[in-house]
Design a protein around this ligand. Sequence first.
Ligand SMILES: N[C@@H](Cc1ccc(O)cc1)C(=O)O
Length: 336
Amino acid sequence: MGQEMPTYLKLTHLRSCVSLCMEHLLKNVEEVVTKEEFLRLGGGRAYLGFEPLWPIHVGWLVWAYKLRELQEAGFDVVVLVATWHAWINDKGSLEELRRHGDEVRQFLGKVAQFKYVYGEELAKDPAYWELAVRVAKGASLARVRRATPVMGRRAEEVELDFAKLLYPVLQVADIFYLGVDVAVGGVDQRRAHMLARDVAEKLGFKKPVALHTPIITSLSGVGRMEGSHREIDEVYAMYKMSKSKPQSAIFVTDPPEEVEKKVWAAYCPPREVRFNPVYELAAYLLIPYHGPLEVGGRRYEDPQALANDYKNGDVSPQALKDAVAKALIDMLAKLK
Ligand SMILES: N[C@@H](Cc1ccc(O)cc1)C(=O)O
Protein backbone atom coordinates (compact mmCIF):
# COMPACT_ATOMS: atom_id res chain seq x y z
CA MET A 1 0.00 0.00 0.00
CA GLY A 2 0.97 3.61 -0.26
CA GLN A 3 2.86 5.71 2.20
CA GLU A 4 2.15 5.72 5.87
CA MET A 5 0.05 8.77 6.76
CA PRO A 6 2.16 11.48 8.44
CA THR A 7 1.76 11.39 12.20
CA TYR A 8 0.30 14.86 12.43
CA LEU A 9 -2.63 13.76 10.27
CA LYS A 10 -3.50 10.67 12.23
CA LEU A 11 -6.90 10.87 13.82
CA THR A 12 -5.68 9.75 17.21
CA HIS A 13 -3.05 12.45 17.09
CA LEU A 14 -5.60 15.07 16.14
CA ARG A 15 -7.80 13.93 18.98
CA SER A 16 -5.03 14.33 21.46
CA CYS A 17 -4.32 17.84 20.09
CA VAL A 18 -7.94 18.78 20.66
CA SER A 19 -7.95 17.40 24.17
CA LEU A 20 -4.68 19.14 24.97
CA CYS A 21 -6.23 22.38 23.83
CA MET A 22 -9.34 21.65 25.91
CA GLU A 23 -7.15 20.92 28.94
CA HIS A 24 -5.45 24.24 28.43
CA LEU A 25 -8.82 25.98 28.60
CA LEU A 26 -9.20 24.65 32.13
CA LYS A 27 -6.24 26.64 33.38
CA ASN A 28 -7.23 29.46 35.70
CA VAL A 29 -10.63 27.88 36.18
CA GLU A 30 -11.96 27.38 39.69
CA GLU A 31 -14.17 24.46 38.77
CA VAL A 32 -15.72 22.68 35.84
CA VAL A 33 -18.77 20.45 36.05
CA THR A 34 -17.92 18.04 34.77
CA LYS A 35 -14.42 17.85 33.40
CA GLU A 36 -15.19 14.69 31.43
CA GLU A 37 -18.15 16.35 29.72
CA PHE A 38 -16.07 19.40 28.92
CA LEU A 39 -13.21 17.42 27.43
CA ARG A 40 -15.66 15.42 25.36
CA LEU A 41 -17.21 18.61 23.91
CA GLY A 42 -14.30 19.91 21.87
CA GLY A 43 -16.43 22.90 20.79
CA GLY A 44 -19.95 24.31 20.71
CA ARG A 45 -21.58 27.36 22.19
CA ALA A 46 -20.21 29.05 25.29
CA TYR A 47 -22.13 31.83 27.00
CA LEU A 48 -21.87 34.20 29.91
CA GLY A 49 -24.43 36.70 31.15
CA PHE A 50 -23.78 39.85 33.12
CA GLU A 51 -25.85 42.54 34.78
CA PRO A 52 -24.76 45.67 32.94
CA LEU A 53 -23.37 48.43 35.12
CA TRP A 54 -20.67 50.73 33.90
CA PRO A 55 -17.85 51.08 34.84
CA ILE A 56 -16.91 47.47 35.38
CA HIS A 57 -14.24 46.35 37.83
CA VAL A 58 -11.13 44.36 36.99
CA GLY A 59 -12.61 41.12 38.32
CA TRP A 60 -14.69 41.00 35.13
CA LEU A 61 -11.54 40.74 33.08
CA VAL A 62 -10.94 37.26 34.48
CA TRP A 63 -13.99 35.88 32.67
CA ALA A 64 -13.56 38.15 29.66
CA TYR A 65 -10.15 36.65 28.93
CA LYS A 66 -11.48 33.14 29.52
CA LEU A 67 -14.20 33.80 26.95
CA ARG A 68 -11.55 35.02 24.56
CA GLU A 69 -9.61 31.79 25.01
CA LEU A 70 -12.74 29.76 24.39
CA GLN A 71 -13.42 31.75 21.25
CA GLU A 72 -9.86 31.27 20.05
CA ALA A 73 -10.27 27.55 20.63
CA GLY A 74 -13.24 27.55 18.27
CA PHE A 75 -16.18 27.96 20.63
CA ASP A 76 -19.06 30.12 19.50
CA VAL A 77 -19.14 32.69 22.31
CA VAL A 78 -22.32 34.59 23.12
CA VAL A 79 -22.51 37.23 25.82
CA LEU A 80 -25.89 38.03 27.29
CA VAL A 81 -26.38 41.61 28.42
CA ALA A 82 -28.82 40.72 31.18
CA THR A 83 -30.84 43.93 31.30
CA TRP A 84 -33.97 42.26 32.64
CA HIS A 85 -32.09 40.42 35.36
CA ALA A 86 -30.40 43.64 36.44
CA TRP A 87 -33.76 45.39 36.45
CA ILE A 88 -35.20 42.64 38.65
CA ASN A 89 -32.22 43.22 40.96
CA ASP A 90 -33.08 46.94 41.23
CA LYS A 91 -30.00 48.11 39.32
CA GLY A 92 -31.85 50.77 37.28
CA SER A 93 -34.43 51.28 34.54
CA LEU A 94 -34.27 49.13 31.42
CA GLU A 95 -33.22 52.14 29.32
CA GLU A 96 -30.39 52.99 31.71
CA LEU A 97 -29.27 49.40 31.86
CA ARG A 98 -29.21 49.11 28.09
CA ARG A 99 -26.94 52.15 27.95
CA HIS A 100 -24.68 50.62 30.59
CA GLY A 101 -24.67 47.45 28.51
CA ASP A 102 -23.52 49.40 25.44
CA GLU A 103 -20.64 50.89 27.43
CA VAL A 104 -19.55 47.53 28.80
CA ARG A 105 -19.76 46.03 25.35
CA GLN A 106 -17.66 48.79 23.86
CA PHE A 107 -15.02 48.20 26.49
CA LEU A 108 -15.05 44.40 26.09
CA GLY A 109 -14.45 45.03 22.39
CA LYS A 110 -10.88 45.80 23.40
CA VAL A 111 -10.52 42.29 24.75
CA ALA A 112 -12.26 40.40 21.92
CA GLN A 113 -15.12 40.54 19.44
CA PHE A 114 -17.91 38.54 21.01
CA LYS A 115 -21.49 38.11 19.86
CA TYR A 116 -23.97 39.91 22.12
CA VAL A 117 -27.61 39.42 22.86
CA TYR A 118 -29.68 41.72 25.09
CA GLY A 119 -32.25 40.55 27.60
CA GLU A 120 -34.98 42.40 25.68
CA GLU A 121 -34.43 40.29 22.59
CA LEU A 122 -35.15 37.15 24.55
CA ALA A 123 -38.07 38.69 26.42
CA LYS A 124 -39.92 39.61 23.24
CA ASP A 125 -39.98 36.02 22.00
CA PRO A 126 -43.00 34.01 23.25
CA ALA A 127 -40.88 30.84 22.93
CA TYR A 128 -38.63 32.22 25.66
CA TRP A 129 -41.51 32.56 28.10
CA GLU A 130 -42.73 29.11 27.26
CA LEU A 131 -39.30 27.80 28.19
CA ALA A 132 -39.30 29.84 31.40
CA VAL A 133 -42.61 28.29 32.48
CA ARG A 134 -41.30 24.82 31.71
CA VAL A 135 -38.19 25.52 33.78
CA ALA A 136 -40.32 26.82 36.64
CA LYS A 137 -42.39 23.65 36.48
CA GLY A 138 -39.24 21.54 36.52
CA ALA A 139 -37.72 23.12 39.62
CA SER A 140 -38.88 23.04 43.24
CA LEU A 141 -39.58 26.29 45.04
CA ALA A 142 -36.94 25.45 47.66
CA ARG A 143 -34.33 24.97 44.97
CA VAL A 144 -35.22 28.22 43.19
CA ARG A 145 -35.03 30.05 46.51
CA ARG A 146 -31.59 28.68 47.16
CA ALA A 147 -30.45 29.85 43.74
CA THR A 148 -31.77 33.38 44.23
CA PRO A 149 -28.98 35.81 45.02
CA VAL A 150 -29.97 39.01 46.76
CA MET A 151 -26.87 41.11 47.34
CA GLY A 152 -25.07 38.07 48.61
CA ARG A 153 -27.81 37.24 51.08
CA ARG A 154 -30.00 34.21 50.98
CA ALA A 155 -33.46 34.77 49.63
CA GLU A 156 -34.91 33.39 52.86
CA GLU A 157 -33.23 36.17 54.80
CA VAL A 158 -34.71 39.25 53.19
CA GLU A 159 -38.04 40.69 52.13
CA LEU A 160 -38.16 40.41 48.39
CA ASP A 161 -40.49 41.05 45.51
CA PHE A 162 -41.63 38.00 43.63
CA ALA A 163 -39.68 38.82 40.46
CA LYS A 164 -36.49 38.04 42.36
CA LEU A 165 -37.57 34.41 42.43
CA LEU A 166 -38.00 34.54 38.66
CA TYR A 167 -34.36 35.53 38.31
CA PRO A 168 -32.80 32.05 38.50
CA VAL A 169 -35.63 30.59 36.46
CA LEU A 170 -34.93 33.10 33.69
CA GLN A 171 -31.20 32.50 33.94
CA VAL A 172 -31.82 28.81 33.32
CA ALA A 173 -34.24 29.63 30.49
CA ASP A 174 -31.49 31.80 28.94
CA ILE A 175 -29.23 28.77 28.84
CA PHE A 176 -31.78 26.56 27.07
CA TYR A 177 -32.98 29.32 24.78
CA LEU A 178 -29.46 30.07 23.61
CA GLY A 179 -28.62 26.37 23.19
CA VAL A 180 -25.63 26.64 25.47
CA ASP A 181 -23.01 23.89 25.73
CA VAL A 182 -20.82 25.67 28.27
CA ALA A 183 -22.20 28.11 30.83
CA VAL A 184 -19.37 30.36 31.98
CA GLY A 185 -19.43 32.53 35.09
CA GLY A 186 -17.79 33.22 38.41
CA VAL A 187 -18.13 30.57 41.10
CA ASP A 188 -21.01 32.62 42.47
CA GLN A 189 -23.09 31.38 39.50
CA ARG A 190 -22.81 27.79 40.68
CA ARG A 191 -26.36 27.44 41.97
CA ALA A 192 -28.01 28.74 38.82
CA HIS A 193 -25.81 26.47 36.70
CA MET A 194 -26.45 23.40 38.83
CA LEU A 195 -30.15 24.12 38.62
CA ALA A 196 -29.83 24.31 34.82
CA ARG A 197 -28.07 20.95 34.73
CA ASP A 198 -30.68 19.24 36.88
CA VAL A 199 -33.63 20.78 35.05
CA ALA A 200 -32.04 19.86 31.71
CA GLU A 201 -31.91 16.24 32.77
CA LYS A 202 -35.46 16.29 34.03
CA LEU A 203 -36.93 18.02 30.98
CA GLY A 204 -34.67 16.49 28.37
CA PHE A 205 -32.87 19.69 27.34
CA LYS A 206 -29.20 19.88 26.43
CA LYS A 207 -27.27 19.72 29.71
CA PRO A 208 -24.73 22.54 29.92
CA VAL A 209 -21.23 22.11 31.27
CA ALA A 210 -20.56 24.71 33.97
CA LEU A 211 -17.21 26.46 33.78
CA HIS A 212 -16.45 28.71 36.73
CA THR A 213 -13.71 31.30 36.81
CA PRO A 214 -12.16 32.44 40.09
CA ILE A 215 -13.55 35.45 41.89
CA ILE A 216 -11.44 38.31 43.15
CA THR A 217 -12.05 39.20 46.77
CA SER A 218 -13.05 42.71 47.83
CA LEU A 219 -10.07 45.03 48.41
CA SER A 220 -11.31 45.48 51.94
CA GLY A 221 -10.99 41.77 52.57
CA VAL A 222 -13.34 39.39 54.28
CA GLY A 223 -13.59 41.13 57.66
CA ARG A 224 -14.50 38.80 60.46
CA MET A 225 -15.70 36.29 57.92
CA GLU A 226 -19.16 36.49 59.36
CA GLY A 227 -20.21 33.87 56.87
CA SER A 228 -17.97 31.05 57.96
CA HIS A 229 -20.96 28.77 58.42
CA ARG A 230 -22.00 29.44 54.84
CA GLU A 231 -21.27 27.48 51.74
CA ILE A 232 -18.22 28.59 49.83
CA ASP A 233 -20.11 30.05 46.84
CA GLU A 234 -22.08 32.25 49.23
CA VAL A 235 -18.88 33.41 50.88
CA TYR A 236 -17.49 34.33 47.46
CA ALA A 237 -20.68 36.20 46.60
CA MET A 238 -20.57 38.16 49.85
CA TYR A 239 -16.93 39.18 49.68
CA LYS A 240 -16.31 39.66 45.99
CA MET A 241 -15.25 42.94 44.43
CA SER A 242 -18.47 44.69 43.65
CA LYS A 243 -19.66 47.85 41.99
CA SER A 244 -22.13 48.38 44.81
CA LYS A 245 -19.20 48.70 47.24
CA PRO A 246 -16.92 51.14 45.36
CA GLN A 247 -14.13 50.86 47.92
CA SER A 248 -14.01 47.12 47.31
CA ALA A 249 -13.13 47.38 43.65
CA ILE A 250 -10.65 48.66 41.09
CA PHE A 251 -12.53 49.90 38.05
CA VAL A 252 -11.19 49.57 34.53
CA THR A 253 -11.61 53.34 34.27
CA ASP A 254 -9.53 54.15 37.37
CA PRO A 255 -6.52 56.35 36.54
CA PRO A 256 -3.06 54.99 37.49
CA GLU A 257 -2.83 57.03 40.73
CA GLU A 258 -6.16 55.61 41.85
CA VAL A 259 -5.14 52.05 41.03
CA GLU A 260 -1.93 52.53 42.95
CA LYS A 261 -3.71 54.04 45.94
CA LYS A 262 -6.28 51.25 46.04
CA VAL A 263 -3.72 48.48 45.78
CA TRP A 264 -1.61 50.02 48.51
CA ALA A 265 -4.62 50.35 50.78
CA ALA A 266 -5.88 46.84 50.04
CA TYR A 267 -6.22 44.01 52.50
CA CYS A 268 -3.16 41.82 51.97
CA PRO A 269 -2.42 39.62 54.99
CA PRO A 270 1.21 38.44 55.10
CA ARG A 271 1.81 34.76 54.27
CA GLU A 272 -1.86 34.22 53.46
CA VAL A 273 -3.11 33.80 49.89
CA ARG A 274 -6.68 32.74 50.62
CA PHE A 275 -9.07 35.66 50.15
CA ASN A 276 -6.07 37.92 49.58
CA PRO A 277 -7.22 40.23 46.76
CA VAL A 278 -3.71 41.42 45.91
CA TYR A 279 -2.45 37.87 45.48
CA GLU A 280 -5.59 36.98 43.54
CA LEU A 281 -5.07 39.85 41.11
CA ALA A 282 -1.61 38.46 40.45
CA ALA A 283 -2.67 34.82 40.25
CA TYR A 284 -6.00 35.00 38.42
CA LEU A 285 -5.55 38.03 36.19
CA LEU A 286 -2.02 39.34 35.75
CA ILE A 287 0.06 36.19 35.43
CA PRO A 288 -2.43 34.37 33.18
CA TYR A 289 -3.38 37.26 30.91
CA HIS A 290 -0.72 39.94 31.22
CA GLY A 291 2.39 37.82 31.53
CA PRO A 292 5.04 36.90 34.05
CA LEU A 293 5.10 39.07 37.15
CA GLU A 294 8.34 40.56 38.42
CA VAL A 295 8.24 40.59 42.23
CA GLY A 296 11.24 41.68 44.25
CA GLY A 297 13.70 40.69 41.52
CA ARG A 298 12.08 37.29 40.80
CA ARG A 299 9.98 36.49 37.78
CA TYR A 300 6.83 34.48 38.33
CA GLU A 301 5.23 32.66 35.43
CA ASP A 302 3.29 30.32 37.62
CA PRO A 303 0.84 31.51 40.29
CA GLN A 304 1.68 28.48 42.43
CA ALA A 305 5.34 29.48 42.69
CA LEU A 306 4.26 32.94 43.79
CA ALA A 307 1.84 31.45 46.32
CA ASN A 308 4.62 29.29 47.78
CA ASP A 309 7.06 32.18 48.14
CA TYR A 310 4.37 34.42 49.58
CA LYS A 311 3.31 31.82 52.12
CA ASN A 312 6.81 31.22 53.38
CA GLY A 313 7.51 34.94 53.66
CA ASP A 314 10.04 35.27 50.81
CA VAL A 315 7.66 37.69 49.17
CA SER A 316 6.39 40.49 51.40
CA PRO A 317 3.00 42.18 51.08
CA GLN A 318 4.82 45.40 50.10
CA ALA A 319 6.74 43.73 47.29
CA LEU A 320 3.57 42.04 46.06
CA LYS A 321 1.56 45.27 46.13
CA ASP A 322 4.27 47.13 44.30
CA ALA A 323 4.43 44.51 41.53
CA VAL A 324 0.65 44.13 41.24
CA ALA A 325 0.02 47.89 41.09
CA LYS A 326 2.59 48.34 38.31
CA ALA A 327 1.39 45.41 36.23
CA LEU A 328 -2.26 46.29 36.65
CA ILE A 329 -1.67 49.90 35.61
CA ASP A 330 0.13 48.59 32.55
CA MET A 331 -2.60 46.11 31.71
CA LEU A 332 -5.32 48.76 32.00
CA ALA A 333 -3.31 51.24 29.92
CA LYS A 334 -3.33 48.69 27.10
CA LEU A 335 -7.11 48.48 27.30
CA LYS A 336 -7.62 52.26 27.02
N1 LIG B 1 -26.48 36.08 37.52
C1 LIG B 1 -25.45 36.82 36.85
C2 LIG B 1 -25.96 37.55 35.66
C3 LIG B 1 -26.62 36.65 34.66
C4 LIG B 1 -27.91 36.88 34.24
C5 LIG B 1 -28.52 36.07 33.30
C6 LIG B 1 -27.82 35.00 32.80
O1 LIG B 1 -28.42 34.17 31.86
C7 LIG B 1 -26.53 34.76 33.20
C8 LIG B 1 -25.95 35.57 34.14
C9 LIG B 1 -24.81 37.80 37.85
O2 LIG B 1 -24.97 37.69 39.00
O3 LIG B 1 -24.14 38.70 37.52
